[in-house]
Design a protein around this ligand. Structure first.
Ligand SMILES: [Zn+2]
Length: 69
C-alpha cells in the first residue's frame, strides 16, 4: 500500500501528491524537483533499480541486485 507521500529516490526529498501527478515524476526514479538535475545515465540506472525492486516484490523475495557505482 502506498502512503500519502513517498521519498524521491533521486533527491531523497518527500514527494507530495501534487508532485506525483506531474509528468516529471517517476516512482523510484525522479521527482519534479530533481528531474532536471539528473543525467539521463542516472535516470536509466534508477529506473533499472526500481524495476528490479518491483520485480523482487512481485516474486516475494528480498531484492537482490548488483550495486552499481
Ligand atoms: Zn527528486
Amino acid at each position: 500500500m502506498q502512503g500519502s507521500y513517498s521519498i524521491c529516490s533521486g533527491c531523497r526529498k518527500p514527494v507530495s501528491i501534487k508532485e506525483k501527478k506531474s509528468s516529471k515524476y517517476l516512482e523510484g526514479v525522479h521527482c519534479p524537483k530533481c528531474h532536471d538535475s539528473l543525467t539521463d545515465d542516472q535516470k536509466s540506472r534508477f529506473a533499472m533499480r526500481q524495476k528490479q525492486i518491483l520485480l523482487a516484490k512481485k516474486l516475494g523475495k528480498r531484492h537482490i541486485f548488483k550495486k552499481e557505482y
